[in-house]
Design a protein around this ligand. Structure first.
Ligand code: GLA
Length: 396
């Protein structure tokens, strides 16, 4: 769908033109999985897939929500804004409005609005469609509500604040105690760059993704199994338990503070066998992520690929968030000549893998992985060559 078509759809839905239009992307994480809420580093890129939001003020003191992806519409009076029942999709937006007010007390909704959302992140693919919706809403409404304290002249700080608003919304309105990675990538993305982010300090660096003759290929499992908030929040708790037990011998705030050397000394302090495996993944993944970023900077893409594959193995064996579909995709990819590395990306269970594939091997990759995957799981995979795009923006 073109932006022109979205504009026409808005006019058709509301009988008047949209005044403004915004876009925020989804993301793919190259490496650094389940490290963000452990104070570690991540290395995601913003995609050209994402969420668009078109808005116009109305005279009716009502927020009207429509989406070109969802049949449900909501009309909510400004005097009665509260979360809607039955996992209503508008809660992601209402949550952001509420968090903006709480973090920026000067912010206020001064009129009603007509809103139209459109998203083209494949549904349930683990490519952060919800983060895109949160960040695009935060971008539009920090402006509309005159949250001046976050719209400082420092664009980087403003974008970080948009990510924090989105993350708080995910915690409080979706019940997922996620880290900052998805919203941060959506807010701070840069074309043809990955973001090397320290999730403790929120310091980051844009690293060029220069891959001569190699593409980043995303493969969608279309699996019905998803990392629900329960399984995700369990991992968060297990990591906290590991921190508590390790802190008896070496006080730490986050698992990511441990080097692999430290790990050898403190690992015996963890008495819970599940927490032990989770912690071992995090310590290894933090080291792999740092090594991968260095490898990319030096142009050692083959080594980068090996680290991606090692990341998948650790997520499969120690973090236990892959599942048969993601394993089938990764294992098939590893067999293809011209694949430098392949791993699950995002939260896990269902969703997507990310692979580095030489240009000349892409067709063979799709054919072989697609066939193996269907034979093993009965499902059809989808392939997208990733386009790394910019972060949230006002388009009109
Ligand atoms: C989900 C969460 C992120 C991150 C990843 C795993 O995408 O939203 O914060 O924890 O899982 O790396």
């Amino acid at each position: 769908m073109t932006t022109q078509e979205m504009m026409s759809a808005f006019e058709q839905a509301y009988g008047h033109k949209a005044e403004k239009m915004y876009f925020a992307p989804g993301r793919v994480n190259l490496i650094g999985e389940h490290t963000d809420y452990n104070g570690g580093c991540v290395f995601p890129c913003a995609l050209s897939f994402g969420a668009w939001l078109l808005i116009a003020k109305n005279e009716d003191q009502v927020l009207r929500f429509r989406s070109l992806n969802m049949p449900q519409t909501y009309n909510i009076a400004l005097s009665a804004i509260c979360p809607q029942p039955d996992k209503a999709w508008c809660n992601y937006a209402l949550g952001c409005l509420d968090i903006i007010k709480r973090r920026h007390p000067e912010a206020a909704l001064k009129s009603g609005y007509d809103l139209l959302y459109y998203g083209n992140v494949p549904a349930g693919a683990g490519l952060s469609s919800s983060a895109a919706m949160e960040v695009v809403t935060a971008r539009a409404f920090t402006e509309e509500m005159s949250a001046v304290s976050c719209q400082s002249s420092d664009d980087k700080a403003y974008r970080t604040e948009l990510a924090l608003i989105g993350q708080a919304c995910e915690h409080e309105y979706a019940g997922v105690m996620c880290g900052i990675m998805d919203q941060f990538a959506s807010a701070q993305g840069k074309k043809d760059h990955a973001i090397y982010l320290n999730c403790d300090t929120l310091e980051f660096e844009h690293v060029p993704v220069k891959l001569d003759g190699i593409k980043v290929v995303i493969t969608n499992t279309h699996s019905p199994h998803h990392l629900d908030s329960g399984a995700y929040n369990d991992r968060v708790r297990q990591c906290k338990l590991a921190v508590e037990q390790i802190s008896k011998v070496k006080p730490i705030k986050f698992l990511a503070e441990l080097t692999e050397e430290d790990w050898k000394e403190v690992q015996s302090a963890i008495t819970d066998p599940i927490a032990f495996k989770r912690a071992r993944h995090v310590v290894g993944e933090v080291a792999r992520t740092a090594a991968a970023v260095e490898a990319l900077k030096r142009g050692e893409i083959a080594y980068f690929g090996e680290l991606m594959t090692a990341s998948h193995v650790s997520l499969r064996d120690d973090y236990e968030v892959t599942g048969p579909e993601l394993d089938a995709l990764a294992e098939a990819a590893w067999q293809v000549e011209g694949v430098l590395g392949s791993r699950m990306t995002g939260g896990g269970f269902g969703g997507c893998t990310v692979s580095l594939v030489k240009d000349e091997a892409i067709e063979q990759f799709k054919a072989f992985v697609g066939k193996e995957y269907e034979e093993k799981t009965g499902l059809k995979a989808d392939f997208y060559v990733a386009e790394i795009g910019d972060g949230v923006a006002r388009l009109a």
